[in-house]
Design a protein around this ligand. Structure first.
Ligand code: CTP
Length: 406
């Protein structure tokens, strides 16, 4: 038994939805970890889940009755679904089968778990677990993109050996990873309630002629993860994004831009409403002095391209008469901390997030160093969404220093 049990009054309540899949056995370990972590776990199992693991296992591990039936006549007013989701701080579906994800995407409610998900007003996280081909199927990917649009957090899956003997994407995240994600979501849930966060993300594309341009390899993953974490933390989020190949996260407003000048204009239009500005975008520092409307034709000689500097968006915002709380990023290939500290001073921002460009670009993981007035804080290597949630916690502390006493 862990020492730090919360009293039942202050305990967070999580509905753990278990759907049919071999990974249901990992959900038992998850139930144990969550319960040990001081969370009141209410388990809801689908009929298919009960074929993989018995409800008694979850009942023993959580100390709570397990719900399997939409038509349970013992439930108060016969409304088990409303009661369970009314009291929940969060719902986690793990494992989430392809079938469950499809039902969720289309608002179906033909069993207790799907009904609960539809009748909730708390965050929902799903941890997919399925065969590689089921995961890759366009129908599943389409459904997942609908879930993202609906503000549902998708945790994983991981790649690896599967129960069917194949190797590929579709393995459910491990129980400890999911338990940590739940704790982070529960901790950050109210942190930015009522705050308006403006973010830039992705690369910019500076056109040279009708078909060519200058860009960089930023994937947008970090910025999108921070937008998601800010939304999970209750903020009203506006995300201004350069061209990336990612589905937009569930934010209040999404603005797609192409070049640094478009991004600057979009930021200027939104900045007066922002309490916090997080500048994650890898904005091009130069653009072509002349934009050729037609495709530049090949010729035998050298081609000299004249470039002119773009406006530094972060520096412009940070030096407004009444700037929002500004967070900058520093992508460096060498002398990480030294260069990041110089940027923090030069751009006049309270917090700079430093990372090594060669490690972070395109990757799903990153190691971050936060530089603020108090010094340096290392966020050891973790998934970008995990780092994003840690960053949001740090921003919350700096934004309102009184929170440090909590
Ligand atoms: N940034 C910006 N507008 C620009 C260039 C950078 O808002 N025109 C912001 C980035 O979003 C990031 C920070 O400034 O938050 C640092 O960006 P980075 O590319 O690391 O540094 P630069 O200032 O461009 O300097 P250098 O390219 O010399 O490292």
């Amino acid at each position: 038994m862990m020492a730090a049990y919360a009293s039942s009054a202050s305990k967070k309540r999580v509905v753990l939805g278990v759907t049919g899949g071999v990974a249901a056995y990992k959900a038992a370990e998850l139930a144990r970890l969550l319960t040990q972590g001081g969370i009141d776990v209410q388990t809801v199992m689908t009929q298919a889940a009960c074929r993989f693991v018995g409800p008694v296992t979850f009942q023993s591990l959580t100390g709570n009755p397990v719900y399997t039936d939409l038509w349970d006549t013992n439930a108060l007013h016969n409304m088990a679904h409303i009661n369970l989701s009314r009291d929940a701080d969060m719902i986690l579906a793990a494992p989430a089968s392809a079938d469950f994800i499809a039902k969720l995407a289309h608002g179906m409610a033909d069993d207790l778990l799907t009904t609960l998900c539809l009748a909730r007003d708390c965050p929902l996280m799903v941890a997919p677990a399925m065969n590689r081909q089921m995961w890759e199927n366009p129908a599943t990917q389409r459904n997942l993109s609908l879930l993202r649009q609906d503000g549902i957090t998708i945790a994983g899956p991981a790649s690896g050996e599967q129960a069917c003997g194949e190797i590929g994407m579709g393995r459910m995240l491990e129980a400890d990873e999911l338990a940590e994600a739940v704790q982070m979501i529960l901790q950050t849930a109210p942190l930015l309630q009522g705050k308006r966060v403006l973010l830039t993300a992705g690369p910019t594309f500076e056109a040279i002629d009708a078909v060519r341009g200058i860009s960089n390899r930023s994937s947008g993953k970090m910025g999108y993860a921070i937008a998601q974490a800010a939304a999970e933390a209750g903020a009203t989020v506006t995300l201004i994004s350069g061209p990336v190949c990612l589905a937009p996260p569930a934010v209040s407003q999404f603005i797609a831009v192409v070049g640094a000048e478009d991004m600057l204009r979009a930021v200027q239009a939104e900045i007066a409403q922002a309490d916090i500005f997080i500048s994650v975008a890898a904005v091009a520092d130069y653009r072509a002095a002349q934009l050729s409307q037609q495709k530049i034709k090949k010729s035998a000689g050298k081609l000299l391209l004249e470039l002119v500097p773009t406006v530094d968006i972060l520096e412009t915002v940070a030096n407004l008469p009444k700037p929002p709380f500004c967070v900058g990023f520093a992508a460096e290939t060498e002398n990480l901390e030294e260069n990041a500290a110089i940027k923090r001073r030069k751009k006049n921002v309270p917090l700079v997030v430093a990372n090594l460009a060669q490690d972070a670009i395109g990757s799903d993981e990153s190691e971050l160093i936060l530089l603020d007035g108090a010094g340096k804080h290392v966020l050891p290597k973790a998934s970008k969404i995990e780092q994003a949630r840690r960053l949001i916690k740090h921003i919350h502390l700096l934004y309102n220093p009184l929170n440090k006493k909590e």
